[in-house]
Design a protein around this ligand. Structure first.
Ligand SMILES: [Fe+2]
Ligand SMILES: [Fe+2]
Length: 226
């Protein structure tokens, strides 16, 4: 019997509460300027690259149906997404970014995610990556997921014309809803005992904590420039 339906409401409550944390509030309170958006985008390039490493490490350990779901998900990310007219992250992005400018807390968060993907059992490793798309899922987060809210913030503070240039934000406001839904059947199948349910809940809390570390570091890094 699946234990997923039993823990799913708690997980959805936890991802919703993410927006009430100090770090998320701080990030959304940063007044946007051109230079601050550059800082944000530089961090997102290496965040997107870190996501690819993490999903791959999880896929390596997971059963075939999970590898298939991850592979499906990674097509948009690494090969091509029609909505974006390109992959979500490319070598050109990495060349345009500057890793030396990452905030210490951001770099530490990326390493923490890498550790969890490599060292934890695959189901927990999967949660660490999935939870970041779940808190982007507008069907789950009341008031819109992180990227949807960021899109609104950019439009309100920079104007629609400037905001629309950031197609990463514009596309992810939609894409992560599908990306998050892909894994519902996987969790339904594999969260099959009280032990796995507890492990998934712990990974959820932990993963959201690392996410807060990144967002707080990002807010500070943005506030350091005018
Ligand atoms: Fe993506
Ligand atoms: Fe994704």
């Amino acid at each position: 019997m699946s234990h997923w339906p039993k823990i799913r409401p708690t997980i959805d409550e936890l991802v919703n509460r993410q927006f009430e944390t100090r770090e998320f509030k701080k990030l959304f309170a940063v007044p946007l300027t051109g230079r601050r958006v550059e800082v944000y985008q530089n961090h997102m390039i290496f965040y997107a690259n870190n996501r690819r490493d993490c999903w791959s490490f999880v896929a390596g350990k997971a059963p075939l149906d999970v590898k298939r779901a991850i592979w499906e998900h990674e097509k948009d990310e690494l090969i091509h997404d029609d909505r974006m007219g390109r992959a979500h992250v490319t070598e050109d992005d990495l060349r345009a970014g500057d890793e030396s400018l990452l905030a210490p807390g951001a770099k530490a968060a990326y390493y923490a995610w890498l550790y969890c993907a490599r060292e934890k059992p695959w189901l927990e490793g999967l949660v660490y990556s999935h939870i970041l798309e779940r808190r982007n899922n507008n069907a789950i987060i009341k008031g819109g997921g992180l990227v949807e809210r960021w899109k609104r913030k950019q439009r309100a503070e920079l104007g629609a014309k400037e905001a629309e240039k950031d197609f990463q934000t514009e596309v992810h406001a939609v894409a992560d809803e599908d990306h998050s839904d892909i894994f519902e059947p996987i969790f339904t199948r594999y969260v099959d005992s009280e032990t796995t349910a507890q492990a998934v809940l712990t990974a959820t809390r932990d993963g959201l904590l690392i996410d807060r570390a990144l967002r707080g570091a990002l807010a500070d890094a943005m506030l350091e420039v005018e």
